[in-house]
Design a protein around this ligand. Structure first.
Ligand code: ZN
Length: 406
């Protein structure tokens, strides 16, 4: 097997004077670099050729000793666009749907969301918003330039209005009792501006509450989620950095919790009557994050060499192997092992991804049913949270390959 390992450059450039785009501080410590990666690892391509020729960019991560965020200092927002090819829906997975259902029920109950106006910023195809509206008879306003019609019931509750645009001051006429924003903030290059705009729009309604969900940077940099380092994420927030950002932008932080087996962080808050909100004990310890990021480059290298060995072994044994999960983790794994001819196909449960190709490496995405013809010996699982679900689907298909979580 001819594998080209994507080993990061070891030298960490001196970027004294580089400004943290989250807080404006000049105390960034650069700790990791990866070049030549797809800038949009979730947008699948229509042909293999297009997939092999997608736009590429550099990831160069810095830790801000002032506010605790990790940021990609090489991030160029002009390289990214979110249109309907950005199909990040996980709702075809029963495990994810169960998580989303449980979260919707919890929020409706906890915040008495009945007959209320709910804004969701970055609503995707409005799957979650339609759940919340249906459960509580609410009115929904969803913002997303990548919205694809027909995936969710827009008549749920008192109906959902979709604005196919980014959320900004231009849309200040839309008022809300509750604002939901899931897996968006890590993509926003100017988070303070974004949150202050939101605070301004909500300021007339002192009862308005907010709910934000993001990937947990501690999970990523404690070497549990190395494939979650992607170009699209210009920021990575630990619990402490997440809470500090909101209080800086005038929100009282009420709760920060870990969900989805440690992979996600959820923050609940309200508009503060002061310019700087209350933080309570939610500010966390930024030093532990600093320790995590200092070990990360070595951990990443070790993981690459481990997986290189596994793939070589499987190849030498003549095994047939597929990867399950055509999302960010799967694409980043494949891009770390370019020319890994062993992996020809990627399985995904989202039927809208079938027949498309992985950016950067060009594997075709196939349905689980395809495996009954292909008969793989082993399946690499992109996200271990779906392992039981995958195992059940394989049993139903009558095939029993080895399952290995990446
Ligand atoms: Zn900072």
């Amino acid at each position: 097997m001819n594998v080209e390992l994507h080993v990061p450059a070891r030298e960490t450039p001196n970027v004294a004077g580089t400004v943290c785009p989250a807080c404006g501080g000049v105390d960034l410590e650069i700790f990791f670099r990866l070049a030549d990666l797809p800038t949009n690892c979730i947008a699948l391509s229509k042909t293999r050729e297009a997939a092999l020729n997608v736009a590429k960019g550099t990831i160069e991560l810095g830790f801000c000793r002032h506010c605790g965020v990790v940021t990609n200092v090489a991030f160029d927002p002009s390289k990214l666009g979110y249109d309907p090819s950005y199909d990040n829906s996980l709702h075809f997975s029963p495990s994810f749907q169960k998580y989303a259902d449980g979260l919707a029920v919890q929020l409706v109950r906890q915040y008495n969301l009945r007959g209320k106006s709910i804004i969701e910023v970055g609503c995707g195809n409005a799957e979650f918003l339609s759940l919340i509206c249906g459960l509580g008879g609410n009115r929904g306003i969803g913002f997303d330039p990548a919205f694809i019609p027909g995936r969710a019931d827009l008549t749920a509750g008192q109906g959902i209005t979709i604005v196919r645009d980014y959320y900004s001051e231009r849309h200040a006429e839309y008022k809300a009792d509750f604002v939901i924003c899931r897996h968006v903030l890590e993509h926003v290059p100017t988070p303070q501006e974004f949150l202050r705009t939101m605070r301004g729009v909500l300021a007339d309604n002192h009862h308005a509450a907010i709910f934000f969900e993001i990937p947990d940077a501690s999970f990523v940099f404690q070497n549990k989620g190395i494939w979650d380092v992607i170009y699209e994420h210009c920021f990575y927030y630990s619990a402490g950095a997440f809470a500090r950002l909101f209080s800086t932008c005038g929100f009282d932080v009420q709760n920060v919790s870990s969900t989805f087996n440690g992979q996600y962080l959820c923050l609940e808050g309200r508009v503060s009557s002061n310019e700087t909100g209350t933080l309570g004990d939610k500010g966390g310890n930024l030093n532990s994050m600093r320790e995590d990021v200092r070990k990360f480059a070595d951990d990443y290298d070790s993981s690459l060499h481990y997986w290189d060995g596994v793939l070589r072994h499987l190849s030498e044994e003549g095994k047939r192997v597929v990867l399950w999960g055509a999302g960010a983790k799967g694409a980043m794994f494949l891009n770390a092992f370019r020319n890994a001819g062993l992996l020809e196909y990627v399985v995904d449960v989202n039927p809208h991804k079938h027949g498309l190709y992985i950016p950067g490496t060009g594997q075709q995405v196939v349905s689980p049913e395809f495996l009954t013809q292909y008969c793989p010996n082993a399946i690499l699982i992109a996200n271990p949270n779906y392992r039981d679900e995958i195992s059940r689907q394989l049993s139903a298909l009558g095939i029993m390959p080895d399952l290995v979580s990446i």
